[in-house]
Design a binder for this molecule. Structure first.
Ligand SMILES: NC(=O)c1ccc[n+]([C@@H]2O[C@H](COP(=O)([O-])OP(=O)(O)OC[C@H]3O[C@@H](n4cnc5c(N)ncnc54)[C@H](OP(=O)(O)O)[C@@H]3O)[C@@H](O)[C@H]2O)c1
Length: 316
């Protein structure tokens, strides 16, 4: 949708396994060239003259398509998680070296203005030293919360998804927390279970970790809950609890924080993910035109996957 809305873009080709899905999308967005079949994304990348390859396939195909797009010098927007193993991450990193490719990871949450407001509050030291942060993110799971296009339920297949809810939702949480607080240092522990979906990987997961600046972190994700997203920030001078879905009011304390300019702005503001994906695509296009690599880039995508893989190492 974002590409169709951007006047600088022309959608030239689409690859999909099934003719039915390809037809649906190509007709909707007026895409002239259609490649159907499991491996035809390779033909598309070889045959078409492309500035951009945009990857929104199941997780296990992200790295192979990224590698092919790099070989053909295409700029890349890849859905999260950008890879499902350390080996894939290293291969991409190696191939990107000495290439002038703009690589964006699809962390569109960064374009929800609430996070910029929170970043300003943290950087202005309005709350003092941040002691701990907790990010809760949940929904009813793929196929219940939205109608996925492919019917194969690949999200529940470990080989195709690479993990469970932590890889799906947790990458967004750690990306936002890195954006707000800088690098995480290490994962301290994890607990998880599979309580509502018949699958190998986790559908509920809590991760405890620590940032390099010593802030404590908790990420709690679930595919078995009503849709909700909360961020809590506890600091020396006070606390803020934000409902990222915008359904409930900002909660903060002590009351004296009301006088603070940034908190006042935050109080007036209703968080929204609306049009975040379009904003990400506009930003990506602008970076290509100006030849500037900005975030969310490959490194952001890589750090998020590494975080999850480190957390998964506690499962054994
Ligand atoms: N950034 C975000 O917040 C966000 C939100 C939602 C999803 N995502 C990510 O987007 C990706 C897709 O998720 P989804 O929910 O959209 O899944 P989905 O509905 O199952 O869609 C997967 C798409 O990939 C296509 N596909 C599968 N195998 C293919 C192949 N070999 N060649 C070409 N196309 C192929 C499918 O088309 P056919 O059925 O025709 O093969 C379908 O269009 C995942 O990585 C997910 O994590 C990110």
């Amino acid at each position: 949708m974002g590409y169709a809305k951007n006047p600088e873009c022309e959608l030239v080709a689409i690859a999909s396994r099934t003719a039915e899905h390809a037809k649906k999308v190509s007709e909707r967005f007026n895409i002239p060239n259609v490649y159907v079949g499991g491996d035809n994304w390779k033909t598309l990348i070889d045959k078409e003259e492309l500035d951009i390859v945009s990857i929104c396939t199941p997780n296990y195909l992200h790295a192979p398509i990224v590698l092919k797009a790099i070989e053909n010098d295409c700029n890349i927007l890849c859905e999260k998680p950008i890879a499902i193993s350390r080996d894939e991450l290293s291969q991409i990193e190696e191939k990107l070296k000495n290439k002038n490719i703009i690589f964006f990871t699809s962390f569109q949450k960064r374009y929800n203005p609430v996070f910029k407001l929170l970043k300003d509050i943290i950087e202005n030291n309005d709350l003092g030293k941040i002691i701990s942060v907790r990010y809760y993110f949940s929904h009813y799971g793929p196929y219940k919360s939205w109608k996925a296009l492919s019917e194969e339920k690949w999200f529940f297949d470990s080989k195709k998804a690479g993990g469970g809810v932590l890889l799906d939702l947790g990458v967004h949480c750690i990306d936002i927390l890195r954006y707000l607080l800088g690098e995480y240092d290490r994962v301290n522990g994890i607990n998880f279970n599979t309580s509502c979906i018949n699958m190998e990987d986790e559908d509920n997961c809590n991760v405890l970790f620590r940032f390099k600046n010593d802030t404590l972190g908790l990420i709690s994700v679930s595919w078995c809950n009503e849709p909700s997203e909360f961020l809590e920030i506890y600091a020396k001078k006070g606390y803020i609890k934000v409902d990222i879905s915008g359904r409930s009011r900002l909660s903060f304390g002590p009351n004296s924080l009301k006088k603070n300019k940034s908190i006042k702005r935050l109080l007036k503001f209703k968080p929204t993910n609306k049009s975040a994906q379009n904003k990400l695509i506009d930003h990506f296009i602008n970076c290509i035109q100006t030849k500037k690599q900005e975030s969310p880039n490959f490194d952001d995508g890589k750090k998020a996957v590494e975080f999850v893989l480190e957390a998964y190492s506690f499962k054994i």
